[in-house]
Design a protein around this ligand. Structure first.
Ligand SMILES: Cc1ncc(COP(=O)(O)O)c(C=O)c1O
Length: 374
């Protein structure tokens, strides 16, 4: 499958310039069809439980392929917040370590969940960013021999800053801490290999660069680790034999599937499965190199237009998520939408987040209009 040849797969592109993959990716025809298939199966067959479970298993398999994991190391929940809450529920009675480290560029849900863990309230440390970047020495300083878990975002959701996960993993593991990676702003457009990057746990949802809809988040937990963890946020779908309906003898599933809870959002799983197929067919390396070219262009063109870039100036330590400072970002987002350009506002920036279906013309148009508005 070629990159831009497939613009016709995305109906929205015939009327809009869609540059909001950091928020909601464009929906491809096969994804839309999968949603409709699920809907139709309920209308026509009345129930589709067995087929839906099979689809969930197949989606686990495709996601595992995307991140270089095994299928048994993947669980399906509903949101990244659910995944992270579930992970935290396993750590409260660790016999030796109490420290939790996170960063000031994490998505807020990470802080919200960590602050909710009363057992850890006196053991939280924050790694601070400087000029939108986190030097590795900061991890050396903050992660200690008491740290149980270090949480990092792969990519900053506000400005596209990308961290070197493998180097952070070396530091974190050197101190005996586990590493959790929030990959919601990276999965689907830059390569991830959890084994090479030595990630212990990872979470991502499907509605951004994974080109699905809300309702599904994938969780990776290294298999040797998963079997030692017992989630308290749990349920019947996390049991080894959920179909046994054994009320009194819970036996958690052997692998990471023990992190699953109840009936998942099957309709979103149908969408996720087709979206993953599209992404794997196009190829993440192809997507990354196409987006590098667009970013190179966008950074330069934004500068020429006098726009004020947030985040790293060069492509080495950033993704294609380009953010520009504006006053009243939600209003600017709305004005661009009136001009049929879909971008995403956060705090004081407008985020322009292309995917493989975008072209240099899309970026140019968005930056022309943005500079006119500001
Ligand atoms: C990096 C990152 N992590 C987590 C979240 C929250 O995900 P969820 O709503 O699935 O909990 C977001 C949502 O925008 C995000 O950008």
């Amino acid at each position: 499958m070629n990159l831009n040849c497939n613009r016709s797969l995305f109906p929205i592109l015939s009327s809009h310039t869609h540059l909001a993959s950091c928020s909601q990716g464009a929906i491809a025809i096969p994804v839309s069809k999968a949603i409709e298939d699920y809907h139709q199966s309920l209308l026509n067959d009345g129930t589709n439980w067995g087929a839906a479970l099979k689809k969930a298993d197949a989606a686990r398999g495709l996601f595992a392929q995307l991140i270089g994991a095994e299928k048994d190391e993947v669980a399906i929940l509903c949101s990244v917040s659910d995944v992270f809450s579930s992970i935290m529920s396993t750590l409260t009675d660790h016999p030796k370590r109490k420290g939790l480290v996170f960063t000031d560029i994490d998505f807020p849900t990470v802080g919200h969940i960590l602050y909710a863990q009363k057992t850890f309230k006196d053991h939280l440390s924050i790694v601070r960013s400087f000029n939108n970047e986190i030097p590795l020495e900061q991890y050396e300083k903050k992660v200690s021999n008491d740290t149980l878990l270090t949480c990092i975002p792969h990519v900053n959701y506000c400005n596209g800053y990308k961290q070197d996960v493998k180097k952070i993993a070396d530091i974190v593991h050197g101190k005996g801490s586990l590493l959790f990676v929030d990959a919601y702003q990276s999965a689907g457009h830059i390569p991830i290999n959890v084994k090479e990057m030595r990630i212990d746990m990872l979470a991502t949802g499907t509605r951004k660069y994974l080109l699905g809809i809300p309702g599904v988040a994938f969780s990776y937990i290294r298999k040797e680790l998963a079997k030692e963890l017992n989630p308290r946020v749990t349920g019947w779908m996390g049991q080894e034999e959920s179909a046994a309906f054994d009320l009194l003898n819970p036996i958690p599933a052997v692998g990471t599937r023990r992190f699953e809870t109840g009936t998942p959002a099957f309709i979103s799983i149908y969408a996720a499965y087709e979206a993953l197929r599209v992404l794997l067919e196009v190829g993440i390396n192809n997507i990354e190199s196409h987006l590098k070219n667009l970013t190179q262009f966008g950074l330069q063109y934004g500068l020429e237009k006098g726009l004020s870039l947030a985040g790293p100036l060069t492509i080495e330590n950033r993704t294609s998520l380009m953010s520009f400072h504006v006053e009243n970002a939600p209003l600017v987002e709305a004005k661009l939408r009136e001009r049929k350009i879909i971008v995403s506002a956060r705090k004081n920036v407008i985020r322009i987040a292309p995917h493989f279906y975008n072209t240099q013309d899309d970026i140019q148009l968005a930056l022309d209009e943005l500079s006119q508005i500001v």
